[in-house]
Design a protein around this ligand. Structure first.
Ligand code: ADP
Ligand code: 5GP
Length: 187
């Protein structure tokens, strides 16, 4: 495959609690040059999360404006909050030929597939349902009601695995990060 034909846009999805953020954080520790899109969200920050780092944390009316002004490449409502990918930064990186990583939900992955069919869609799967519940609960960042909403969404996400180009099972963070880098042809 010529360099120009290689997919430069990689989308990582998978059920809440499977370990997407952990894998991406590890990947960026090993390869800080990998560019990860920072999404906008109406969700409130978790302890330790910083505006502009994990997310741009915005109010509902600001999110409305981003949507109205066409500033989001895709957006979706997930478990009671809205999340979206700022369009321009992604397009700029792709235009420069740099690899781009998006960590977004299933609805967002489908929207990206529709608008950018050359994107590579990677599904991060848990070793088992029980382990997913353990991780989501063990993270300790959501109320029981929100965990329940996320588990309902997780069943839908798991059923959509076959829509993805690749599945990686998150047994070991280090191993999955290495596999993802290999798919992105970075290592
Ligand atoms: P997501 O971003 O997919 O919602 P997180 O990255 O927040 O998930 O991970 C959820 C929880 O699972 C965290 O407490 C994290 O430390 C833990 N975790 C992630 N990957 C693994 C793994 N391979 N083995 C065990 N625990 C993991
Ligand atoms: P969390 O609240 O746990 O950070 O994220 C909840 C879900 O929203 C995860 O599945 C995450 O991948 C997804 N998400 C984060 N940013 C975006 C985005 O910009 N667009 C979409 N569609 N989903 C996103």
């Amino acid at each position: 495959m010529s360099p120009a034909a290689q997919p430069r846009l990689t989308v990582l999805s998978g059920p809440s609690g499977v370990g997407k953020s952990t894998v991406v954080a590890h990947l960026r520790q090993v390869h800080p040059e990998v560019w990860l899109s920072v999404s906008a969200t109406t969700r409130k920050p978790r302890p330790g999360e910083q505006h502009g780092v994990q997310y741009y944390f915005v109010e509902d009316d600001e999110f409305d404006k981003l949507v109205a002004n066409g500033e989001l490449l895709e957006w979706a409502e997930f478990a009671g909050n809205r999340y979206g990918t700022p369009r321009q930064a992604v397009l700029d990186k792709l235009a420069a030929g740099e690899p781009v990583l998006l960590e977004i939900d299933l609805q967002g992955a489908r929207l990206v597939r529709a608008s950018m069919p050359e994107a590579r869609l990677v599904f991060l799967a848990p070793p088992s349902w029980d382990e997913l519940v353990r991780r989501l609960t063990g993270r300790g960042t959501e109320s029981p009601e929100v965990i329940e909403k996320r588990l309902v969404a997780a069943r839908v996400e798991l059923a959509a695995e076959s829509e993805f180009d690749e599945t990686l099972v998150n047994t070991s963070v280090e191993a999955v990060a290495a596999e993802l880098l290999a798919l992105m042809r970075i290592a």
